[in-house]
Ligand binder design. Structure first.
Ligand code: FES
Length: 88
């Protein structure tokens, strides 16, 4: 049986390869990134994993506030989290 092909996308300019069916939230975590920033600039991460909490929001292909736990990765997808703005 052949292995499924991987999907390549970028998360904050980092190339990530994932299996088909992987959520964008998982890809962001694989890239070592948080998802959104709090209003105070603190990094946030997926909490519920089912579309309710909105903690997993990212920009996908320039469209902001996408719930990354509800969207599957697609080839060439560009995900941005605002990581460079985070307070560490
Ligand atoms: S993790 Fe809660 S909406 Fe995505």
């Amino acid at each position: 049986m052949a292995e499924p092909e991987s999907i390549a996308l970028t998360v904050d300019e980092i190339v990530v390869r994932v299996s088909p069916g992987t959520t964008v939230a998982a890809a962001a975590l694989i890239a070592g990134s948080h998802t959104r920033l709090s209003i105070a600039g603190e990094p946030r991460a997926p909490l519920c994993g089912m579309g309710i909490c909105f903690e997993c929001r990212v920009a996908i292909n320039g469209v902001p506030h996408q719930r990354s736990c509800q969207i599957l990765c697609a080839p060439g997808m560009r995900v941005t989290t605002g990581r460079e703005l985070a307070i560490r």
